[in-house]
Ligand binder design. Structure first.
Ligand code: HEC
Ligand code: CU
Length: 354
């Protein structure tokens, strides 16, 4: 056997070492570890074979053996290429998803936040960011919906069924097909945003990752007014209105329907010092009067949103002014009387009759 004849073997080993070094660098720069390790092992093993065969076999055997080695090499490498390309496309899907959520957060800040809150916590309209620990009315019914439902709601709105004309929308129609400003991509992005805020919906809709799109909203607080409102709403979330106040020494009590500092609506008993209470305790025989001090129509409905529990007669049209801007009920039996507004699911309170 020729001594310098195994130069092919030596070149093969050298090439394998070079590939190994490249793979180490690739891995060090954040490349896929399994791919780098696999490539290095395969090339070193192949070079080893080539070296052994070239030192033992004659020319004809070498040619056949090399063909075999080459085929094995390709067969072994193929899965690694598939692995690598699957990973690249998964990364791309994740990045696209995050971009979509980020885009939606911009739309949300512009079109939705004034009713649904800058944190998705719900103001005059229901909470949409379900991952918040704050659930004023229990879990919103959102997680029972699907992405298709949410898409339809955003596109076509929710009509006020209490208004017989059916022309009054509680939730506006946003889709261009309904005269709104948003195209189907916009609505799809907003749907993804709402889904991303709810862990149950995330699972149901098998989203690419569990990013909560509402976390992108601070990117879009482009005015100081928006920044202030965001901080204020955050504070309100962390410091919900005070607990119960004892009013058993009164015979008549007023509960105001007001526009809150954050632009939502709420029912409060307001004490002489200006402190707001959602729950009051009164004695039997006390007359409670709700007064609408805001600019929107409300209802005074017993129970919890959205079902009238019939605990006392309700008023479905507490108008902003005129005779129907007030509504009174005298409570004669002890018990707990929660109440809410049909039109603003976050608007609620409770009367405890001692
Ligand atoms: C003018 C106030 C207002 C604006 C602005 C608004 N909504 Fe609404 N939205 C509502 C109200 C009120 C409801 C609840 C209607 C009801 O009681 O059924 C609602 C309901 C929804 C629901 C259904 C919630 C549930 O729990 O069933 C979704 C989803 C929704 N809105 C998404 C959006 C999106 C996305 C935007 C921005 C493009 C937006 N809304 C803008 C008032 C608004
Ligand atoms: Cu209301």
């Amino acid at each position: 056997m020729g001594t310098s004849a195994n130069s092919v073997g030596r070149w093969a080993l050298l090439a394998a070492l070079a590939i190994t070094v490249v793979m180490i660098v690739y891995y060090a720069l954040g490349g896929d570890g399994r791919l780098a390790f696999g490539m290095a092992v395969v090339s070193l093993a192949t070079a080893g074979f080539v070296y052994l065969f070239y030192s033992r076999l004659n020319t004809i055997q070498r040619t056949g053996t090399m063909a075999l080695v080459f085929m094995i090499l390709v067969a072994v490498l193929l899965p690694f290429f598939f692995l690598a390309s699957a990973k690249v496309s998964a990364d791309r899907t994740q990045a696209q998803y995050n971009n979509q959520l980020n885009y939606a957060a911009g739309l949300y800040t512009t079109y939705c936040s004034q009713c649904h809150g800058l944190l998705g916590q719900g103001l005059a309209a229901p909470q949409l960011n379900n991952s918040l620990s704050y659930h004023p009315n229990g879990n919103p019914p959102l997680s029972q919906l699907t992405a298709v439902d949410i898409n339809r709601i955003i596109t076509a709105g929710i009509v006020n069924s209490a208004d017989p004309s059916l022309k009054n929308y509680l939730m506006p129609q946003w889709g261009q097909a309904y005269g709104g400003p948003l195209n189907t991509d916009d609505v799809a992005a907003l749907t993804a945003l709402v889904v991303s805020g709810d862990p149950t919906l995330q699972t149901k809709e098998s989203v690419p990752n569990n990013t909560n799109g509402f976390a992108f909203i601070p990117n879009y607080l482009t005015t100081s007014a928006l920044q202030t409102a965001y901080q204020q709403q955050l504070t309100d979330l962390e410091h919900p209105p005070s607990a119960s106040i004892d009013l058993t020494n009164q015979t008549a009590v007023t509960i105001d329907a007001i526009t809150t500092a954050t632009g939502g609506f709420q029912f409060y008993y307001i004490d002489p010092a200006g402190k707001q209470y959602s729950t009051i305790t009164i004695k039997a025989g006390t007359k409670v009067t709700w007064v609408n001090q805001s600019s929107a129509i409300h209802s005074v409905t017993s129970g919890t949103y959205p079902t009238d529990a019939g605990l006392f007669p309700s008023d479905t049209q507490l108008t902003p002014s005129g005779a129907t801007s007030q509504y009174s009920v005298t409570f004669t039996k002890s018990g707990k009387y929660p109440f809410f507004c049909l039109y603003h699911s976050n608007m609620f309170g409770e009367i405890d009759v001692a």
